[in-house]
Write a protein of this length. Structure first.
Length: 372
C-alpha cells in the first residue's frame, strides 16, 4: 500500500507537467506512458472508492503532495479527463503527440486501452461551456446580476465544497482546500466568485424548496434540513475566508458594487457588522473643509472613500431589508452621539450622513429625541 500511496503523490506533478512547456519534448511513447498513468489512477479510484479507510488515506496523501490541497480522491477518477484537457489546451504539445492524443480519446470502447467515450463527451461539454461563457457580454439589463461566467464558477465552487465536505468531513480540511483555490485566482476574480457564491446560497434556495414541496409533499423535510445545513457550512467557510483578513475584506468591499454589498449584508449578519465597522473607519478619516464647504479626505492612504462614495454606500444599506436599515441607522446614531450629538452640518460626518441619507424613520426619531 505504501507503494501505491507513493505513486498517487505523483499525480499533481503529472498534471503540472502536462500544462507546462516541457511537453514540447514529448514523443508518442512519452504521451502513451502519461495516458497509462492517468488510466492507472482511474483504476485506483474504481478499486478503492467503496473502501472508506483506503479512500481517505489516498485522499490525504494526494493533498499532502501539493502546496495547496486542490485535488482530492475524486480527482483520481477524473484523471484521464484532467490530463486530456490539459494537453489539448497546451500549444507546446508537438503535432505528432497531439494526433496520438486525439486518436486515444476517440478510440471506440473495447478497442484497447482508450479512454471512456463518456469522458470525451464531458470534455466537449466543458469546452463548449467555456467558449460560450467567454463570449462578449450584452449590455446589462435593468437589474444586472453576476455575469454568467462568475455564476458558473460560483456554482462549481459550491459543488466542490459539498464534495469536499463528504470526502474530508472536517472543517479545517475544507478551509485549507478553499484557501488554496481562492488564493490561486486573481484577487478581483476571487472576490467576484465568493460574492456570487454567497448570493447563490440565498437566492433560489427557498424557491427550490417550495417547488419540491409542491411536487413531493412534506415528507422530505429532513432532506431540506440537511441541504440547509450544508449551505450554512459552505457560507460559513466563505465568510471565514473573507472576514479572516482585514485587508482582504477591505479590498473585497472596494471591489464590489455597493448594491451587491448591501444585498449580502442584508442576508449575512457577520458581514453586515464587519462592513459597518469598515465604513466607520473610512468615514473617520474625512474632515470638513470650510473653504470648500464639504467633507474631504484627511489622509489619502487611510481614507479609501470620498464623502460622495461613503454617502452612497450608506444609502444602499438603508435601501435594504428593514433589519439592515435599522442596524445602519442605529450605528449612525451611536456615532453621532459619540461625536457630541450635534445637529449642525460640518461638525460631524455622521450627523451629515443622517441628514442626507434617506431614512423615513429618521425624522420621527429626531423629533422624539428633541422632546426628551
Amino acid at each position: 500500500m505504501e507503494v501505491v500511496l507513493g505513486q498517487v503523490e505523483q499525480l499533481p506533478a503529472l498534471l503540472a507537467v502536462s500544462r507546462s512547456a516541457l511537453v514540447r519534448d514529448w514523443d508518442s511513447l512519452t504521451l502513451d506512458r502519461a495516458l497509462e498513468w492517468a488510466r492507472y489512477f482511474q483504476h485506483l479510484y474504481d478499486r478503492f472508492r467503496a473502501r472508506p479507510q483506503l479512500r481517505e488515506a489516498l485522499g490525504r496523501r494526494l493533498r499532502r503532495s501539493q502546496p495547496y490541497p486542490l485535488l482530492g480522491f475524486p480527482a483520481l477518477g477524473r484523471c484521464p479527463q484532467l490530463l486530456g484537457l490539459a494537453l489539448l489546451e497546451n500549444r507546446a504539445l508537438p503535432p505528432a503527440a497531439c494526433r496520438r492524443l486525439l486518436r486515444s480519446l476517440l478510440q471506440p470502447p473495447g478497442a484497447g486501452t482508450g479512454c471512456d467515450p463518456r469522458g470525451l463527451e464531458l470534455l466537449a461539454r466543458r469546452k463548449a461551456a467555456a467558449c460560450l461563457l467567454a463570449l462578449p457580454r450584452r449590455p446589462p439589463r435593468r437589474a444586472p446580476g453576476p455575469e454568467p461566467q462568475l455564476q458558473a464558477e460560483a456554482q462549481l465552487l459550491l459543488s466542490r465544497l459539498r464534495a469536499e465536505a463528504q470526502e474530508v468531513g472536517e472543517a479545517a480540511g475544507q478551509r485549507r482546500w478553499l484557501c488554496g483555490v481562492l488564493e490561486q485566482l486573481p484577487q478581483p476574480r476571487a472576490f467576484g466568485v465568493v460574492a456570487a457564491a454567497l448570493a447563490l446560497l440565498k437566492q433560489g434556495h427557498g424557491a427550490e424548496q417550495a417547488g419540491d414541496r409542491d411536487r413531493h409533499g412534506s415528507g422530505r423535510r429532513g432532506g431540506y434540513r440537511e441541504s440547509a445545513a450544508g449551505d450554512g457550512c459552505s457560507a460559513g467557510l466563505l465568510l471565514s475566508w473573507l472576514l479572516g483578513n482585514q485587508e482582504r475584506f477591505a479590498a473585497f468591499c472596494l471591489c464590489l458594487p455597493c448594491s451587491h454589498l448591501a444585498f449580502l449584508a442584508g442576508h449575512y449578519s457577520q458581514l453586515s457588522r464587519s462592513y459597518l465597522d469598515l465604513l466607520t473607519g473610512w468615514g473617520s478619516h474625512l474632515v470638513y473643509d470650510p473653504l470648500q464647504g464639504r467633507w474631504v479626505k484627511s489622509c489619502l492612504d487611510k481614507a479609501k472613500l470620498s464623502w460622495e462614495e461613503l454617502r452612497e454606500r450608506f444609502s444602499c444599506l438603508c435601501q435594504g431589508s428593514a433589519l439592515l436599515k435599522e442596524q445602519t441607522q442605529a450605528a449612525l446614531e451611536v456615532l453621532r452621539t459619540q461625536d457630541g450629538d450635534f445637529e449642525v452640518r460640518g461638525l460631524s460626518v455622521w450627523t451629515d450622513l443622517l441628514m442626507e441619507v434617506p431614512m423615513h424613520e429618521h425624522k420621527s426619531n429626531m423629533k422624539t429625541y428633541k422632546i426628551k
